[in-house]
Every structure is written in structure tokens, then in C-alpha cells.
Design a protein around this ligand. Structure first.
Ligand code: ADP
Length: 500
């Protein structure tokens, strides 16, 4: 509404209408006159920012009907009934239909003086109604945002009792929202390290105005349930001043899920300790045996007959690890290239069997090879060697003594299939879809050395040749990994290889 409010007087009696208009305009408002309900509704359609003073006996429509229409179409437009009908029942009915006020005409014209106050009151109430409606819209918009956001939001009463929680947070705590409200925040989360209690945190919020830090869901092991939380007090003027200053405030808590970050952090820590271990073990073997060999008077019966093979194998283990890292950085930088040349797949497998024969034998494993005549494959031989070494190495690593490993090469449609079948411990079905992810290691494997990079790299190398790796496994019985390589390399791959 502009500075000057606009008043519309709807009255069938011309004399009466003029008297009302004259009385109201003394209040400094702009006044328009109308005789019929139709004109009134037409004015409102153009601009509802008016106060309507209406009689109940408009010529074209019952005044109560007009009230009802205004209330439904223009709920923020004050409608004041000015009538000669001095009947409480009629007044109540009019109010029920949407009248904001009810003024009874007096023969002595006293009501005209009251009208100015009535209009002023209606305008005040209109301002309040508008403000309330605006707040209501804002609150609704906020509620929608809170419900929809993936961050967790909670409102805490003094002492940490939860007054509100949004769906994201309740779901993360695996509780319905109603089961969380009314309980203490302490029951769900804790600050890591026993030294800090949530009560202290809330006191710090009250004193210093804000707190940010990490909290963890109770009963859940990191990296799950790790949150970055910010606690902000809601500034209420009543509690900011006086003796209660800084105390007993309502606090808004925003929870940001840090599970992914904590997971990466954990992975990094696991990974570091793993590579340190994986390098240390073969290095100790190399150093120990070379010391024996360089000893001028070596204890004769302590030197194993295959000492040089063992040293070589330990060196190869470290070499493979370093190659894996180099490959990984090449893959991540998008710099992996292949140099394809024709090779005999059966010969490559035979060479691997020969190379790994001694470590399989030492572990008490039988290593067999089954091939059929095959066409040559166009592959990058050193890279394929690495893939084979990885799959065969895994079969040896994850198969207990007495087991059997069977390598095979055969034609499968347009592909050559290189199979690695073992009688090892197998892989749980829920791990299979993730097996080829970077750093992925099956939970039970964490006690065996390994970085979880081998299969990721193997799959990437095979994919670069236009092929794929398949795995079938049964816990307790064994696993079969199969490399599928197309006999005819796809044109696009060959072109890329040539450029690469
Ligand atoms: P790692 O260095 O841990 O061996 P890989 O990427 O080569 O990494 O293998 C990923 C995980 O897959 C291993 O940690 C192991 O749990 C599982 N795995 C791979 N091959 C076998 C197999 N032949 N038998 C059982 N588990 C296997």
C-alpha cells in the first residue's frame, strides 16, 4: 500500500454514501465511492489494496454474499460493514463470513466519527496480517528447504534437548524424526576424545556465540557417522540482555556428513601402513639373505638351496609394487599408452607358470596349464605380463597350502579367454562388484600383504586393449578370474595405441 491508504465506500443510498465518504476523507485517506457489489468487485480485481466500507443491502447482491466473495478472493483486504441493522445475530454472521468490523449507523451520525478509528484499526490489523502471512511463507519455504537438504539440521533447547530434527539427520541416525525429538543430543553423538563433553560445547556456544568441530555418531565406527557440526545460538533479545545473558539459548546445529572424507583419510592411513609393510617384508628377506651370502664364514646348513630365487622374488615383489604406483599415476594422469604387437597367448601363460612355479611349489600348491591352439593376439606384452603376474600372484597368495591353480587359454567367441582358477578362500558375493575398484581389499584380506591396486590396474590395462576381466567366486571353494581379449583389436583401440 502506498503512503495514502485507499478507501472504497460501497453504499446504495447516495446521501448516506457521501456522508460516509466525507467523514472518512477527514482521516487523510483517498476515498472512492461505489453503489453496487459488481463495481466493488471490479475495483478490487484491479487493485485489492483498499479498505472496503460496505452496506449489507447493495442493490445487485446480498451484502453477506459480497463479504464471502471478498474474503475468499482478497483475504488481505479489510471489509468493514456499515449498516443500520442493529442485530447481534446479523453482526456475528457477517463476521463469520469475513467482515473485519461491524459498525451500526446512528440516527445522530455518531458512527461517522467512529469510522475514522475503525478504518485506522483495520489498516493496522491489515499490516499485521500481511506480516504474519509473509512470515508464514518464509517459515514454509524454510521448512521445505530443511526437509530437502542433505545436511543434517537440529534445533536444540537449552541443555541440549532436541526440539527439531530434519529428515536427513534422523535418517542418518536410523530413527524416525519423532523418536529423536525430545531426547538429548548426547544420546546420539559424541565429541571424539573423551575429554570434551557436549555440555561443555553447549556452554562454549552460549559464551562465545558459535562452535564448529567434529562429532561422531555413537555406536558407529568411523569412517561412518563422522560429522562436521556448527552450533549457532538463535539470537533472542530477551535472553541476550540481563543476568541470563549468554545462558539458556536455543541453538541451531548444522551437521555436514564427513563420512567420505573420513573414509579417504582412513584409506590413506591403511594404505601407508600397508605399503610400508609390503616393502619392508621383501626388503628384510633380501637384506637377510645377502648378508648370509656375503658372510665370509656362512653357517653352511642355514643357507637355503634356492636362496637366489628367493632374493629374486623379493626383488620382484618390490619391483611390482613400484610398477603399480607408476601405473596408477600414469592412469590417473591419462598417460597410459599401449604398444601392441602380435604374441602367442599360450606362450605367455607358459612363461608365467615357469616363472611362478617355485613360489607355488614352496606354498604346496599345484600349478597347471591347459591350452589349445590359438591365433596370435595384438597386445602390449610387458603390460599383459603384469596383468597375468597379478592374477597368478593373487591366486597363489589367497590359496592355502595343498590347493590347486589351473591356468587355461582357449577361444571364446571372438575373444581369447585366459583363465586363472584357484581352490582358494573365495570372495564374498557382496565384495565382487567392488573388487576392481582402486585400493579395494576384501575385509579378511587385510591381514595379507597387498595394496588393493593390482586388480584395478589389471582391469584398466585389459580395458585399454578393448577387453575385460570377469570373475566368478564361491567363498570356501575358490575363484576364477578370466581375461577376455579380442582376437581382432577394435580399430579405435589400435589407433589410440598407435598414437599413445
Ligand atoms: P591386493 O594387493 O590386496 O592383492 P588386488 O587389487 O590384487 O589387491 O586384489 C584386491 C582384493 O581382491 C584382494 O585384497 C583380495 O581380497 C581379493 N582377491 C583377489 N584375488 C583373489 C583370489 N584369487 N582369491 C581370493 N581373493 C582374491
Amino acid at each position: 500500500m502506498g503512503d495514502t491508504a485507499h478507501i472504497l465506500v460501497v453504499e446504495r443510498d447516495a446521501e448516506e454514501r457521501r456522508r460516509i465518504a466525507a467523514a472518512v476523507s477527514e482521516g487523510g485517506w483517498k476515498v472512492t465511492e461505489a453503489t453496487t457489489a459488481a463495481t466493488c468487485l471490479a475495483v478490487l480485481r484491479r487493485n485489492a489494496d483498499v479498505v472496503v466500507l460496505l452496506g449489507l443491502d447493495t442493490p445487485d447482491m446480498d451484502g453477506r454474499e459480497l463479504l464471502a466473495r471478498m474474503a475468499s478472493a482478497h483475504p488481505e483486504t479489510p471489509a468493514v460493514v456499515v449498516t443500520a441493522v442493529d442485530d447481534v445475530a446479523v453482526a456475528i454472521d457477517a463476521m463469520r463470513r469475513g467482515a473485519w468490523d461491524y459498525v451500526v449507523k446512528r440516527p445522530d451520525g455518531r458512527h461517522l466519527e467512529d469510522l475514522r478509528h475503525v478504518v485506522a484499526r483495520a489498516l493496522e490489523r491489515q499490516a499485521l496480517v500481511r506480516e504474519r502471512n509473509r512470515y508464514r511463507e518464509e517459515v514454509e519455504a524454510l521448512a521445505i528447504a530443511l526437509r530437502g537438504t542433505t545436511d543434517g539440521v537440529a534445533i536444540l533447547e537449552p541443555l541440549g534437548r532436541i526440539a527439531f530434527v530434519n529428515r536427513a539427520l534422523a535418517e542418518a541416525w536410523k530413527q524416525p524424526e519423532s523418536a529423536v525429538v525430545g531426547r538429548l543430543l548426547d544420546e546420539f553423538v559424541q565429541v571424539p576424545g573423551e575429554a570434551v563433553a557436549l555440555g561443555d560445547v553447549l556452554a562454549a556456544v552460549a559464551e562465545r556465540g558459535r562452535w564448529s568441530g567434529e562429532v561422531r555418531t555413537r555406536g558407529v565406527e568411523p569412517p561412518q557417522g563422522v560429522w562436521d557440526v556448527t552450533l549457532t545460538p538463535i539470537a533472542c533479545p530477551e535472553v541476550v540482555t540481563g543476568s541470563a545473558a549468554g545462558r539458556s539459548q536455543t541453538v541451531v546445529a548444522i551437521f555436514r556428513d564427513m563420512t567420505d572424507k573420513a573414509g579417504l583419510e582412513q584409506m590413506r592411513a591403511d594404505f601407508l601402513s600397508m605399503i610400508t609393510h609390503d616393502i619392508k617384508v621383501p626388503l628384510t628377506v633380501i637384506l637377510g639373505y645377502t648378508e648370509m651370502l656375503t658372510d665370509p664364514e656362512p653357517p653352511p646348513d642355514q643357507i637355503p638351496p634356492d636362496i637366489l630365487t628367493r632374493i629374486r622374488e623379493s626383488g620382484e615383489t618390490i619391483h611390482a609394487l613400484v610398477c603399480n604406483f607408476l601405473d596408477l599415476s600414469r592412469i590417473e594422469a591419462g598417460r597410459m599408452s599401449i604398444d601392441p604387437r602380435p604374441v602367442d597367448p599360450a606362450a605367455i601363460l607358459a612363461h608365467a607358470v615357469e616363472h611362478y612355479g617355485s613360489s607355488a611349489r614352496r606354498k604346496g600348491l599345484t600349478l597347471e596349464l591347459e591350452t589349445e591352439p590359438l591365433p596370435p593376439l595384438l597386445v602390449d606384452e610387458p603390460q599383459l605380463d603384469r596383468v597375468i603376474a597379478n592374477l597368478l600372484g593373487n591366486a597363489i597368495k589367497y590359496t592355502p597350502s595343498g590347493g590347486r591353480i589351473m591356468l587355461s587359454a582357449r577361444l571364446e567367441g571372438d575373444d581369447v579367454a585366459l583363465g586363472f582358477e584357484d581352490t582358494g578362500r573365495g570372495i564374498p558375493p557382496d565384495e565382487l562388484p567392488h573388487l576392481f575398484e582402486k585400493y579395494r581389499r576384501v575385509r579378511e584380506a587385510k591381514r595379507t600383504e597387498g595394496t588393493g591396486l593390482g586388480l584395478f590396474i589389471a582391469k584398466t590395462i585389459v580395458a585399454a586393449h578393448g577387453g575385460d576381466i570377469r570373475v566368478e567366486s564361491k567363498v570356501g571353494s575358490g575363484s576364477t578370474f578370466t581375461i577376455l581379449l579380442p582376437v581382432k583389436m577394435p580399430e579405435s583401440m589400435a589407433a589410440r595405441a598407435a598414437v599413445g
